[in-house]
Design a protein around this ligand. Structure first.
Ligand SMILES: *Cc1c(COP(=O)(O)O)cnc(C)c1O
Length: 381
């Protein structure tokens, strides 16, 4: 065997613009830049809006694709000391990154048999059923830290009213309850009456646990006003620059920039078929350039859309391939963009929400789809 041919940067190293990770810069088809300074700014903005309520951070799915260890370290520097992930495995990795101290909540709770791993990493399961309550108590013993989740009208996860009735005082009395929480189904629609109904349903549940901190708000719910804030908010999306107030101006700072490199350009004659299925045909002479990023990198076929070279929009022509996309570069002077140069896919000209809209999806899905074969640069940590 020869030396590994794909050079990964291995341990992070400092560059002029930040800390580099992932595929080596000279080999990568695309460069993902994460502005940890903007992430920290977003945490401060949310905390300011929350006033007396505390602000946790949701880092599930590798911090929405941006890198949980890097995001966690940056938020720690802002004083964030409560983190949420979905799975035990994510919690174990986050504990390694954070060290002892901060609270790490596991939103899904624990599958039977996962209790020892959760205990070893000092994770706090969010208990979503009477069975999870009993299993955690018998595995973890007296004083086991836990959160409890009520389903107040989303029908996804958490205890239903009849589950609460089935729970006895004995089931709960030896648990160290740290949080009682629920989650809103329609928080990004401020006029949706479901929000007030869920808030109303949460009040008596919260009252059953006097002295235990309460939490209802994700990113969008922070913007529904203080009745939704309780003791602790759990934003994810807004921290990463996704607009928590769809249809209104984005109150958050952009965090992510994605640039892809040009592999080559060519000039096509009229009536040339472009890309798979010849889904596009030229009508006249047309200049195109192919970039090294495709649907395997998270740029879904249904997004299509465009890239930007400085202030010039370069429409995607035909179908998105697995590893490449063909752009119309006719609006640029000849020779531009040159091979090896980069074009913007997410950045000042089109933010993550604009890309999502082009693909008929949400910013959450765009970010969590971003692949791991990028060169990554973390700045402002
Ligand atoms: C994902 C999630 C959050 C964070 O939601 P955002 O909309 O990204 O702020 C909060 N709470 C629960 C239960 C979640 O599943």
């Amino acid at each position: 065997m020869t030396q590994a041919s794909a050079r990964r940067t291995g341990s992070p190293y400092a560059t002029e613009t930040g800390v580099a990770q992932g595929v080596a810069a000279e080999q990568a088809g695309a460069i993902l830049s994460v502005d940890l300074g903007a992430l920290r700014e977003n945490f401060r903005r949310l905390r300011h809006r929350l006033g007396p309520a505390a602000c946790a951070a949701v880092l599930k799915a590798d911090a929405y694709g941006l890198g949980a260890p890097q995001v966690a370290a940056a938020l720690r520097r802002e004083g964030c000391d409560a983190f949420f992930v979905a799975h035990v495995g994510e919690g174990v990795e986050l504990r390694d990154a954070l060290g002892p101290g901060p609270s790490i909540f596991i939103l899904h709770g624990l599958f039977p048999g996962a209790e020892p791993a959760a205990l070893a990493a000092a994770l706090i399961p969010v208990l979503n059923s009477p069975e999870q309550v009993r299993a955690w108590k018998s595995a973890a013993g007296k004083g086991a830290p836990a959160a409890i989740q009520a389903d107040t009208g989303m029908a996804r996860i958490g205890m239903a009213p009849e589950d609460f009735r089935a729970l006895t005082r004995a089931d709960l009395d030896r648990l160290d309850l740290r949080l009682v929480m629920s989650h809103l189904a329609c928080a990004d629609e401020p006029d949706n009456p479901a929000n007030a109904r869920q808030l109303e349903a949460f009040m008596p549940i919260r009252a059953r646990f006097p002295g235990v901190a309460a939490s209802l708000a994700n990113s969008s719910a922070i913007f529904l006003g203080s009745p939704y804030h309780f003791d602790l908010a759990r934003p994810g999306a807004a921290l990463y620059g996704i607009n928590p107030t769809p249809g209104r101006a984005n109150p958050m700072a952009p965090v992510v920039t994605l640039r892809a490199r040009v592999i080559q350009g060519r000039t096509l004659p009229p009536y040339a078929g472009v890309g798979y299925g010849h889904a596009f045909h030229t009508t006249g002479t047309q200049r195109v350039a192919t970039i090294a990023l495709g649907y395997a990198d998270g740029w879904h076929r249904r997004i299509g859309g465009a890239a930007w070279y400085e202030a010039t929009r370069l429409p995607v022509l035909g179908r998105v391939s697995m590893d490449s996309i063909i752009l119309d570069v006719s609006a640029l002077p000849p020779g531009k963009p040159a091979a090896g140069e980069t074009v913007e896919l997410i950045g000042p000209h089109q933010d993550v929400d604009a890309v999502a809209e082009a693909g008929g999806t949400i910013g959450y899905e765009v970010l969590t789809s971003l692949a791991h074969r990028f060169h990554r640069i973390y700045s402002g940590g």
